[in-house]
Write a protein that binds this ligand. Structure first.
Ligand SMILES: [Cu+2]
Length: 141
């Protein structure tokens, strides 16, 4: 009887492990979640380019000012442009490095890869939104 209980226990444990695996997210679902974050912020690359141009024309008008060059403002503009450029690069870099071939093999490995891509695409999103917000706030002053 004791031996039977042990067998039963092992069997149930095994079954619950299998059920646990099957009920987890599929690679396709998780990939879609990662891509949804990407697709949400990708259109904002246009904002980054537009704001960069606006900062450029602001810099030009400052440089042409008859009252002398405002070097503090020029420095602030340069910093904002660096921030926008870095956010733009982060997105391009992320897209370039995303490797779909890592999703075709072992499921656990694919899910692990998607987890780390989720973390990095969210970091790209945060960086882009911050750069855009800062540039907009500065230009609105
Ligand atoms: Cu993108």
């Amino acid at each position: 009887m004791n031996r039977f209980k042990t067998y039963l226990g092992v069997f149930l444990l095994g079954a619950s492990v299998l059920v646990g695996c099957e009920s987890g997210p599929s690679v396709a679902d998780k990939r879609a979640e990662v891509m949804a974050i990407h697709d949400e912020v990708m259109p904002k690359m246009d904002d980054i380019h537009k704001l960069t141009k606006e900062l450029d024309s602001m810099r030009e008008s400052l440089s042409a000012s008859a009252e002398g060059v405002d070097s503090v403002a020029l420095g602030e503009i340069a910093d904002l442009k660096t921030q926008l450029k870095s956010a733009d690069d982060a997105m391009m870099d992320w897209m370039h490095k995303f490797d779909a071939s890592k999703l075709t093999g072992d499921k656990a490995t694919a899910l692990e890869y998607l987890d780390s891509e989720m973390v990095s695409v969210q970091a790209v999103k945060v960086e882009m939104l911050k750069a855009i917000e800062d540039a907009k706030a500065y230009l609105a002053k």
